[in-house]
Design a protein around this ligand. Structure first.
Ligand code: FAD
Length: 358
């Protein structure tokens, strides 16, 4: 399916208002409430919730189309949304009927905010002893340790977390934020997306009741394909904002037209790749290839936008400086080993580093 054939679930006025707040959402460590209110007013929290639970039940490609537009307007808000939606998907796929009935209608109405703290099972601290340990207790568990990365932690009513047992098996559970022993650090001093309020959570003897456990114990409780297309989609959305800016500059600087057109052609090609992956089975190798290309496009297009914006683009609140900083995020966010290795290979200089002889 082509992006052009998707129904529009969000209007241009909302996108423009989001873009107008994007610099503040990126720079302040407060939760970007004004931006979130725009997203809520547009009904976006209902996109990922199925119709039977009061949501809109958008298909994967419809949701990606909306995400791409939102990410182009405000990456910080869209990132918060993506972490919330990752939790929604886990509740849907693992939750017992009673859990789904209790959570999903309220998530569709945005009366509840969930987020995820899962990277300690996948991409964070894999070279150390498990960062978050679970010990069985009375049919539930007791948690000890650190959840190293949680976006929107202070606002979350509960965090979907993964922990490791003594024998290496993993469990997935819902940890209420107000449970005794949960200590949330202040937001990290991030170089971009500061309104995401990303931080660590310390767990000191936190009790998880039997009904809070969603899945496990299992060897790889998140399954083989822990990653998805959302990361690539957000990278394409950010690249899209930079490429639109290049088109704008090219309309008054004809020498820039070939540059804008070349980026546009890559953007359309990766979009087609994303939607064909969304409409069929996501093969890990193809999804990794898209991820590397989307990362590279985000990095290169935002730097091209900064280059043509010159010094003026380096001064806040010009968006070019923000886009270029935000693009760095895709080098580290949810970047499994094959994607990180692919990125490194693309970043290597050509040849042996010696200047070519003329
Ligand atoms: C802004 C932001 C928001 C995020 N939000 C979330 C979220 O909401 N939920 C979530 O689950 N995750 C989230 N993540 C986590 C993300 O997906 C990755 O898991 C994370 O970026 C991995 O980085 P790390 O520093 O934890 O990696 P690590 O692998 O733990 O690396 C940390 C350091 O350890 C050293 N090191 C790494 N590997 C080795 C090795 N093999 N041997 C020796 N030393 C080594 C390096 O010095 C490295 O700098 C977020 C990340 C960022 C940056």
């Amino acid at each position: 399916m082509d992006a052009a054939t998707h129904r529009e679930w969000i209007d241009q006025t909302t996108l423009q208002a989001l873009a107008a707040h994007a610099d503040r959402a990126d720079a302040d460590t407060d939760f970007p409430m004004a931006s979130w209110e725009l997203v809520r007013g547009a009904g976006v929290p209902a996109w990922s919730v199925p119709i039977e639970f009061g949501g809109l039940g958008l298909s994967a490609s419809e949701r990606l189309h909306g995400y791409e537009q939102l990410a182009g307007a405000c990456l910080t808000t869209t990132f918060l949304l993506s972490q919330r939606d990752a939790a929604v998907r886990r509740v849907l796929s693992h939750g017992q009927p009673a859990v789904c009935a209790a959570f999903l209608p309220r998530l569709a109405r945005d009366e509840l905010f969930l987020t995820v703290g899962l990277s300690q099972l996948t991409t964070s601290r894999q070279h150390q002893a498990p960062s978050l340990a679970a010990a069985p207790r009375d049919g539930g568990y007791v948690l000890e340790g650190v959840i190293p990365w949680v976006t929107g932690a202070a606002r979350a009513d509960a965090v979907l977390v993964g922990a490791t047992l003594d024998d290496g098996l993993q469990v997935l559970m819902l940890m209420p934020r107000d449970r005794a022993g949960v200590e949330i650090d202040a937001p990290m001093d991030l170089c971009a997306l500061r309104g995401s309020q990303t931080t660590q959570i310390h767990c000191r003897g936190v009790r998880i009741e039997r009904e809070d456990v969603l899945a496990g114990p299992a060897p790889r409780v998140l399954g083989a394909a822990a990653g998805g297309l959302d990361t690539s989609c957000l990278a394409l959305g950010l690249a899209g904002a930079a490429i639109d800016h290049l088109h704008g500059e090219a309309s008054v600087r004809p020498d820039l037209r070939p540059v804008a057109e070349r980026f546009e052609s890559a953007r359309q090609s990766y979009r087609r790749q994303m939607y064909s992956l969304a409409d069929g089975q996501v093969e890990p190798a193809d999804a990794t290839d898209l991820r590397i290309r989307a990362n590279e496009l985000a990095l290169h297009s935002t730097q091209a936008a900064l280059t043509v914006s010159k010094g003026a683009g380096f001064v806040r609140p010009h968006p070019a400086q923000r886009w270029a900083r935000q693009a760095l995020f895709f080098l580290v966010w949810s970047c499994p080993r094959p994607a990180a290795e692919g990125m490194l290979a693309h970043l290597l200089p050509d040849g042996d580093g010696e200047p070519a002889c003329g």
